[in-house]
Design a protein around this ligand. Structure first.
Ligand SMILES: [Zn+2]
Length: 467
């Protein structure tokens, strides 16, 4: 705005004037008057300074602005690790490594495909109780909830790991141990983090930890089928939650956003006809072909990562026989984006293409597009205190292959959708997840466990004040 601009200009001029006046004061403790040539030299010098002042002011402004734009501060300090409590926590983990591995194997060999989590739920409930949590129960959806109460005025924090696996119909699981690796379906996703959660709370109780915040430990159902367990829990709960830490994903992968999901199903319909009478009859198959060509020609951003968007046509079909024009043909679109605006933009373009093609070919179109899973971003994104704290902890633990992006698809998504500060913490290093030859590394599990405990310790020390 012009008024504001000239105001700023005046202020700058005033500052310059003040600086000039100040720099023209004779040096203290010099009683002798200056000779003319010395004065001239000094004035020359001053003029250079005067020129330099606006530039310096500008540089300082840039610097200050840059500091601010760096965002929130990490809560973690490497000093925490020498505290007696953290020392106790770490040595408890180190003492119990073999027991932890045994229980990890035991729990993995307990099948729990989505919809069949009861056995694991019973086990967790029993162990939550035995660990001495303040309250433990199974909710209406089948989630196990264990509460560790803090002081009044503390925050409400959820830590969740999902009990279900993608392995429908696999009722016999045998874990193979080879050196630093464990191999079995579900060994990593997310049984490793169920173990991390269980041992986090046992460790905290054993070490005499008295929390400021209240912690809700959740073993959830149905994560692999659209996060149903967590969504139900957040829908029904009367509590207000401040933070949700989803224990899921590989160690070192940090997602400061929830990937948005779009796409849907598009169906073209026409009158149909025998091939012999098909001249000029509008073909739904042709409409599918034209639409696909245009949809695949859409340019979707891959950079910057905050706008990353992708689509895929996974299914296509139509017509019943070879010798007739199809009456109905369809295809599906799977559309994903880190950014809600990009998602909606791509969605709108798919919609428009299908309508244009329908009118060009002369068929009817039914477009069922999905807009239930929106894209969300953790407030502050990459520079939020939760991300900064996690990154500092990962660096301290020397976790390798750290990746930070907004492409999360864990239970943190359900938290972000409810306005809760949500982030995922990985379980261990692993590979081949969602396949029968899934593998997980043993060493990584202990790092992940320490990561969770250091996060809790950091949140306890200095939760940021609301601005
Ligand atoms: Zn998972």
């Amino acid at each position: 705005m012009p008024t504001g601009g000239s105001q700023d200009h005046k202020t700058l001029q005033r500052i310059d004037f003040w600086l000039i006046k100040k720099s023209w004061q004779p040096a203290k403790g010099n009683p002798h008057p200056q000779e003319n040539n010395v004065t001239e030299k000094r004035e020359e010098k001053m003029r250079k300074y005067i020129l330099f002042i606006p530039v310096a002011t500008f540089i300082i402004c840039l610097f200050v602005f840059n500091l601010n734009s760096r965002g929130e501060e990490s809560l973690f300090s490497p000093k925490f690790v020498s505290s007696p409590l953290v020392q106790k926590i770490f040595s408890f983990i180190e003492m119990n490594e073999e027991t932890i591995i045994k229980e990890w194997i035991y729990l993995t060999e307990m099948p729990a495909p989505s919809g069949h989590e009861e056995t694991r739920a019973e086990y967790l409930k029993k162990e939550f109780k035995a660990a001495g949590l303040d309250r433990t129960y199974l909710d209406a959806s089948g989630n196990v909830v264990g509460i560790l109460k803090g002081e009044s005025g503390g925050k409400n924090i959820i830590l969740s790991a999902h009990m279900d696996t993608v392995f429908q119909g696999v009722w016999e699981i045998k874990v193979k141990r080879e050196g630093n690796r464990l191999k079995a379906p579900g060994i990593g996703d997310d049984t490793a983090n169920l173990i991390n959660m269980l041992w986090s709370l046992r460790t905290l109780k054993q070490s005499g930890f008295k929390p400021v915040h209240t912690y809700y430990f959740l073993g959830t159902v149905g994560e692999e089928v659209a996060l149903v367990g967590m969504r139900d829990f957040l829908e029904r709960t009367a509590e207000d939650f401040d933070i949700l830490l989803a224990l899921d994903g590989d160690l070192g992968k940090v997602h400061y956003g929830a990937l948005g999901f779009g796409g849907g199903k598009i169906i073209f319909r026409g009158p149909g006809a025998h091939t012999m009478q098909s001249r000029g009859v509008p073909s739904p198959n042709l409409a599918v072909a034209k639409a696909l060509e245009r949809i695949y020609a859409l340019e979707l951003p891959s950079q910057p990562i905050d706008k990353w968007t992708i689509l895929n046509v996974g299914q296509i079909g139509g017509g019943r026989v070879r010798n007739a024009v199809s009456q109905e043909s369809f295809f599906t679109v799977d559309l994903r984006s880190a950014d809600q605006k990009e998602l909606e933009h791509a969605q709108a373009r798919v919609y428009r293409i299908c309508q244009e093609v329908a009118s060009e070919v002369g068929v009817e179109v039914e477009i069922e597009l999905d807009d239930t899973a929106r894209a969300y971003r953790l407030p502050g994104g990459k520079s939020s205190f939760l991300v900064q704290t996690t990154l500092d902890i990962l660096e301290f633990l020397k976790v390798r292959d750290v990746e930070v992006n907004p492409l999360g698809s864990t239970e943190a998504n359900a938290g972000l959708a409810k306005g809760i500060l949500s982030l995922n913490l990985g379980r261990t290093y692993g590979r081949y997840k969602h396949s029968l030859r899934e593998e997980a590394e043993i060493d990584g599990l202990f790092l992940a466990l320490k990561q969770i405990l250091l996060m809790i310790y950091s949140l306890e020390q200095k939760y940021p004040q609301a601005p």
